[in-house]
Design a protein around this ligand. Structure first.
Ligand code: ZN
Length: 567
């Protein structure tokens, strides 16, 4: 590599960074102006007298956190505040008022007070528990169904989703104490908020979980009519990752292992780019005190490798190779794991096994999973990953049935990837070979459980059922920079982890020889914050507006659909 070439690339990268400097705007929070949300439908008792109004988020900085533990505490406090407000405004409660404030006592769906519980995912040394937190704000589930809002499937992306959830809680708390024009619990669906599906990634500012697994590639849909997913019940055939004689991939998998056996590792060209995605660097560089990547790696290394690779394969192939996900390189990018991860299992357990009122017994489910990193800066690309409609005998879809898309008026784009359709949104190009998408997995679980219920004669013959599973994706940087950040983060993470393991096995007699001792290992990515959680005021304001709007629009849709269903 000539010196001249390197200097040219260096100059180019500085130029490009200047060009995109707005993405790196990092005004310290405290100066953000209030965010006003207009056009909220306030649902009154009298349907003929609905009114539109606005709400202003005065303290917008308070919605955003810079650490996982801060976000968790804010979320839990906001739920408690919601409950306190309800208690102080007894006239606003509906149904049976829950006098027991112990959140560990399961409330009924008719209870107005919010439930709040934590599910332990990991414990970090001295840092406290890393949990997936769930808040249930009971509404009129029987008629209006359930809206689920989840954040942090991709760790660091959870700061945006967490801020939206805080905004929603603030709005619902405010509106519950209004005497007029409120969003009464009776007139809205039950709202379930899942905070930090991947708390470890959120804490580390990474996208993957504690096992370097991308949870959005991990929900492999298994065949069989039963709404059951047990990763341990797979056949025990050893997977040979270098075996190119894969069993024919028919898209039907009896177990996670079966899927691994059938998946061609290079189906999307991951291995063609492996030297770019996971460059081999010298981890024994002699200087044990320096745990940072070399200046070369953090400045031009990526471009030096990327430009020839791009020239050879093209941008589309590069993106596909990166985003499709892979299952044979545990230290690589977008690794989907070798078994179902506990966070995904917990969602399955909650919504499919333990709480039938959310999925099975609800006439309508709308799930909104918030992500960041793809698409235009601050804009939301919405993709429908699963849409299940189930009509009892004799009931046909009515031409006048409302369409969700007509309600999502503020979304930058709304597309679909249901039933082999490909999302046409720019943000989702190259995802056609991806498997294990969480919303598809949960959509399939929903389909199985309502079909099962119908077959066993337990169908509620009053109407049809519908489940819609969306991803709301907020754009940040142009994808080439997001990709670069992901590659650098992965490189640094494994570099430090391998060094940590080596030190542990060298210094600790008992631990000698063990290469997987994570005790005392802490990591915070210096690369992914700006790529997935921009600090710009413009960006933050946009995600609050759009993130709150889509939930309110979902509520309107639920109301319209309920009327149509019962008519
Ligand atoms: Zn994501």
């Amino acid at each position: 590599m000539s010196y001249f070439f390197q200097i040219v690339i260096m100059a180019l990268s500085v130029f490009v960074h200047q060009l995109y400097s707005k993405y790196y705007d990092s005004t310290p929070c405290g100066s953000d102006s209030p965010i006003e949300i207009d056009g909220i439908w306030f649902l009154d008792d009298d349907d003929n007298d609905r009114q539109r109004g606005g709400y202003i988020f005065q303290d917008t900085c308070a919605l955003f956190s810079s650490e996982y533990f801060e976000a968790r505490e804010k979320f839990r406090n906001a739920v408690k505040k919601y409950n306190t407000t309800l208690m102080n405004n007894p006239t606003t409660t509906t149904g049976t008022s829950n006098s027991n404030s112990d959140a560990s006592v399961a409330a009924t769906a008719e209870t107005a007070h919010a439930e709040l519980w934590s599910s332990l995912v990991a414990v970090m040394d001295g840092n406290g528990p890393l949990t997936l937190d769930v808040a249930v704000l009971p509404g009129n589930t029987k008629e209006l169904g359930t809206i689920v809002h989840s954040s942090g499937v991709h760790g660091v992306e959870g700061y945006a989703g967490s801020a939206i959830q805080l905004a929603l809680l603030e709005l619902l708390t405010w509106t519950s104490q209004k005497s007029e024009g409120k969003i009464d619990a009776e007139h809205r669906p039950t709202i379930v908020m899942v905070h930090a599906v991947n708390p470890v990634g959120m804490n580390q500012y990474r996208r993957c979980n504690e096992n370097n697994v991308d949870l959005n590639r991990n929900g492999i849909i298994l065949s069989g009519g039963e709404a059951n997913h047990d990763s341990k019940n797979g056949d025990s055939v050893d997977v040979d990752n270098n075996n190119n004689n894969k069993i024919h991939d028919d898209g039907i998998y009896a177990s996670f292992q079966d899927f691994l056996n059938k998946r061609d590792p290079n189906i999307a060209g991951y291995d063609d780019f492996r030297h770019l995605f996971v460059p081999e660097i010298d981890t024994d560089n002699g200087d044990e005190s320096n745990d940072n990547l070399s200046l070369y790696e953090t400045t031009i290394g990526f471009y030096v490798r990327a430009i020839p690779a791009l020239a050879k394969h093209g941008m589309a192939a590069l993106k596909r190779g990166m985003v499709a996900g892979q299952y044979h390189h545990p230290e690589g990018l977008n690794y989907g794991g070798q078994e179902l991860q506990s966070s995904v299992q917990r969602l399955f357990d909650t919504f499919v096994r333990d709480r039938p009122e959310f999925f099975r017994d609800s006439p309508h489910v709308l799930w909104i999973d918030v992500h960041t990193g793809l698409g235009a800066f601050g804009k939301d690309s919405v993709v429908r990953n699963a849409h299940i409609e189930h009509n009892p005998e004799g009931r046909r879809n009515n031409e006048d049935d409302p369409e969700l898309d007509d309600y999502l008026t503020t979304a930058y784009s709304v597309t679909s990837s249901v039933d082999g359709e490909r999302s046409t949104a720019q943000a989702f190009k190259g995802y056609d070979l991806s498997k294990g998408m969480l919303m598809e997995f949960l959509g399939d679980s929903y389909r199985k459980i309502i079909t099962l219920q119908s077959d066993s004669g337990g169908d509620d013959d009053r109407g049809s059922k519908e489940g819609i599973f969306l991803v709301q994706e907020f754009g940040t940087l142009p994808s080439i920079f997001v990709g670069r950040a992901l590659i650098l983060d992965n490189l640094l993470y494994h570099f430090r982890k391998n060094r940590h393991h080596r030190r542990r096995s060298n210094t600790n007699e008992e631990g000698r020889g063990r290469r997987d001792d994570d005790e005392g290992f802490s990591y915070r990515s210096p690369f992914l914050g700006y790529a997935f959680y921009p600090q710009s005021t413009e960006w933050r304001s946009s995600i609050i507006r759009r993130g709150v709007a889509i939930v309110l629009q979902g509520m309107e849709y639920s109301t319209a659909r309920s009327k149509s269903r019962l008519s």
